[in-house]
Design a binder for this molecule. Structure first.
Ligand SMILES: [Zn+2]
Length: 301
């Protein structure tokens, strides 16, 4: 079964809602990055939320980037999503490990620690939009709910869950985002608060086999839920040897000289998907020239 997002409204458009099944995407991330269980949960939750936030963008070339700059063992995380459901992400320390909160409950908050969460959206405008808030608990959902409320002035509930098997593979992953529009009535707000107050954790709902549609129906079924769109999502990285070359060309002249003088070909891995690209001395000499002039190297005397 493929991963997908459903988008919905409720209470006469005064509630905006999203839910996702992200099991395949998160298992793919775990596999290529060899993530520890707690990092599978951390990056998996951020990928799930990023995919839902990305579906809020309209343009084909729009790009959303969410970053954790944190001081816990995770060291940081980056997730990037386009407007077509293509998601990618990595953790600085993919093997980071922390003791469980209690048996069977991973401590994502302890893996993340404190720091800043930043969200930037390149919507093809002159200035990319960007917002930054302090990490609240490091549990991802809490941090993003705080971000939406403070930075985008949109009170939101964010539920995210990743269930990891004893063999470290991902059993279930998914979540929801529910947002209140400014014109929501007091009745709508209190009905939503009641529905969320008694809600089980997302992992419990996923374990029962609930789909994204089931989760939204469970929360918003009495509030005039209208599911109006389904979008497939996937882990996909658009890197290429040329793109990685451009990143290499921003290295200092000295660093590039050192690499070239070593006389060995080098291997550079894409942060997002771990794909390895090899560069021989000819490649590196061309990259050094590109970094200086943006044009091919002139003949040396
Ligand atoms: Zn890549």
């Amino acid at each position: 079964m493929n991963d997908y997002i459903v988008r919905a409204t409720a209470a006469d458009n005064s509630i905006r809602a999203f839910a996702i099944r992200s099991t395949e995407m998160v298992e793919h991330a775990r596999n290529i990055h060899d993530l520890s269980p707690v990092m599978t949960a951390a990056l998996g939750r951020l990928l799930s939320a990023g995919a839902m936030m990305g579906s809020m963008m309209k343009g084909e070339k729009d790009l959303l980037t969410i970053q954790y700059h944190c001081d816990g063992p995770a060291g940081g995380m980056t997730v990037s999503v386009d407007g077509q459901g293509n998601c990618k992400g990595y953790a600085v320390n993919p093997h980071a490990d922390v003791p469980d909160k209690y048996p069977g409950k991973m401590d994502v908050g302890a893996a993340i620690g404190g720091g800043m969460l930043s969200v930037s959206m390149d919507l093809g405008l002159r200035e990319p939009y960007s917002g930054q808030v302090e990490i609240q608990t490091g549990e991802i959902g809490d941090d993003l709910a705080y971000y939406f409320t403070v930075s985008e002035q949109t009170p939101s509930a964010v539920g995210l869950g990743v269930k990891v098997n004893t063999d470290r593979t991902v059993m279930q992953s998914g979540g929801f985002i529910i947002q209140l529009m400014p014109f929501a009535s007091e009745e709508t707000i209190s009905a939503l608060e009641n529905a969320l107050a008694g809600l089980e954790p997302v992992t419990a709902m996923l374990e029962k086999g609930m789909t994204p549609e089931d989760i939204l129906t469970h929360i918003l079924g009495d509030l005039g839920l209208d599911i109006f769109e389904t979008q497939e999502v996937r882990f996909h990285c658009d890197c290429s040897k040329e793109r990685v070359s451009r990143a290499l060309s921003t290295l200092s002249r000295k660093d590039l000289d050192d690499i070239i003088n070593d006389g060995e070909e080098i291997e550079v891995k894409c942060f997002f998907c771990n794909k390895a690209y090899r560069y021989d001395i000819d490649d590196l000499t061309a990259i050094r020239a590109l970094g200086e002039t943006g044009e091919p190297a002139p003949e040396e005397e």
